[in-house]
Design a protein around this ligand. Structure first.
Ligand code: HEM
Length: 446
């Protein structure tokens, strides 16, 4: 349901929430949508570590960048701050029964059924499959011409997550891959955020095509579930098996709908984020050749990955896919940083602004992986994976994939800039990616 604002509610909220300036909701929404980093930096410069945005159709969002405020949001009682509500814009993609949208005990139980498939030990078993797929794909990328990496990375990471989830023997993954590539183009559209637009004549065909693609993808997913059920008795291979055995909070088995929604959640979370972060990494390396030189030196020596790890961390700091962690919905009055927040407000820890606080990260606008080698980062102020009950459960998988792809590309190629500056960001559902497709030039170096 779209959020309905009444003048009295807005007056009450404006009286008690941190400032948002005088801009109308349409301009605030457009500012966040089209100039994300700049809008947040400017709001922070004017209003400090707490400010409010009033998006059209959505409840007001208070952004907090003081480390103590962020910690308070992430560790709050889940009955007081609901984290599932913050992912609602993804409902058309992942479905209402996705564990990502559930709260409290329901969220905990469903998440518990998924987590073992992404433990570090289990992830290591996928390393050989990943390496082989990456090597095959990267070998086909053209050299010496401007190349949009984002779509290529997306295709690759989607293939990887499908194999990880459904197992290497699963048939129809190519068909599912094609349907999902097409279905998920909706993530760049305003239609996900603004349900009221979906039935207007100019937008209706886009929405209808999305629904058709989703139906096709769902049929393939249900087909894979039936195939796997028929194979039961074989050794468990991955997430699909774990979900087929999964339980709801009341101990009943998960329904097919719940399994589908959870599979779709992991497919979505498991490739769009990694793709975006890799696209940013290639952008930043292309525009910072001395950093790339150091990384190439380490990769050529083949002895260590200290600088690679630091480069990945610095990419997630300087150009994160998540500008802020998943917003939490205020269910009951809660005091944070000396201020009381009440329903229907949502609170979001703005990790991007915290990671650019010069007291925590000196010279924050420089791309300088050394800061993750020479300086010690505190867990309290370094939160690229969020925290609390919602912290990223795919982080080991993400790191393995990001490092494997960077290493494979840079082992034989240098990445050169294809634009005067690092590309401006563009939203894809809840994340930010390079706005022009992450264009670079790849040149053979040995
Ligand atoms: C570089 C890539 C990635 C980044 C930067 C990232 C970051 C994040 C962040 C910031 C959150 C929100 C945490 C919060 O609000 O407290 C999150 C949640 C989540 N991530 Fe990741 N992530 C990445 C890759 C992945 C991958 C590869 C997977 C799956 C294989 C994954 C699965 C999830 C899931 C399922 C959630 C929601 C958890 C829940 O609702 O309980 N992520 N991630």
């Amino acid at each position: 349901m779209p959020f309905t604002k009444t003048p009295s509610l807005i007056a009450r909220l404006q009286g008690e929430l941190p400032s948002s300036g005088q801009l109308p909701a349409t301009i605030q929404t457009a500012g966040c949508r089209w100039f994300a980093f700049r809008y947040f930096e400017e709001a922070h410069r004017r209003f400090g570590d707490r400010f409010t945005v009033y998006p059209i159709y959505m409840p007001p969002l208070v952004f907090l960048s003081d480390p103590e405020d962020i910690r308070a949001v992430l560790t709050a009682d889940p009955a007081v701050l609901h984290p599932g509500a913050g992912s609602k814009i993804l409902t058309p993609l992942i479905g209402k029964r996705s564990f990502m949208l559930l709260e409290e005990e329901e969220h905990r139980t469903s998440r518990r059924a998924i987590t073992p498939a992404f433990h570090q030990r289990v992830i290591r078993e996928h390393a050989a499959m990943l390496q082989e797929m990456v090597a095959r794909e990267v070998a086909a990328w053209p050299l010496d011409t401007a190349l949009a990496l984002h779509p290529r990375l997306r295709s690759l990471t989607l293939r990887v997550i499908l194999k990880t989830i459904f197992g290497e023997q699963a048939q129809t993954l190519d068909e599912l891959h094609a349907e999902l590539m097409s279905m998920l183009t909706i993530t760049t559209s305003f239609l996900l955020q603004e349900p009221n637009l979906r039935y207007l004549p100019g937008w209706r065909p886009t929405w209808r095509t999305f629904i058709q693609r989703r139906t096709q993808a769902d049929m393939l997913i249900y087909g894979l579930m039936s195939w796997r059920r028929a194979e039961r008795g074989c050794e468990q291979t991955g997430l699909l098996d774990m979900l087929l055995d999964g339980e709801q909070a009341d101990g009943a088995p998960m329904t097919d709908r719940e399994i589908r929604d959870n599979l779709m959640s992991m497919i979505l979370a498991g490739h769009e984020t990694t793709t975006g972060e890799l696209a940013w990494a290639f952008q930043l390396l292309a525009h910072h050749q001395p950093v790339q030189d150091k990384l190439l030196e380490e990769i050529d020596a083949g002895t260590d990955e200290e600088y690679l790890t630091a480069t990945v961390n610095e990419t997630m700091r300087r150009r994160p896919v998540f500008l802020f962690v998943i917003p939490r919905e205020v269910i009951a009055p809660v005091e944070i940083g000396g201020r009381t927040y009440r329903p229907p407000v949502h609170l979001a820890g703005c990790t991007y602004l915290m990671h650019h606080n010069p007291e925590l990260y000196p010279r924050p606008y420089e791309f300088r992986p050394e800061r993750f080698i020479d300086e010690t980062q505190q867990p309290r102020t370094w939160l690229p994976w969020g925290g609390g009950r919602k912290h990223c459960l795919g982080r080991h998988f993400a790191l393995l994939e990001v490092k494997t792809i960077l290493r494979e590309v840079l082992a034989t190629r240098r990445v050169l800039a294809a634009s005067a500056q690092v590309e401006a960001p563009r939203w894809r559902s809840a994340i930010l990616v390079p706005g022009k497709g992450g264009r670079v030039v790849l040149r053979r170096r040995r």
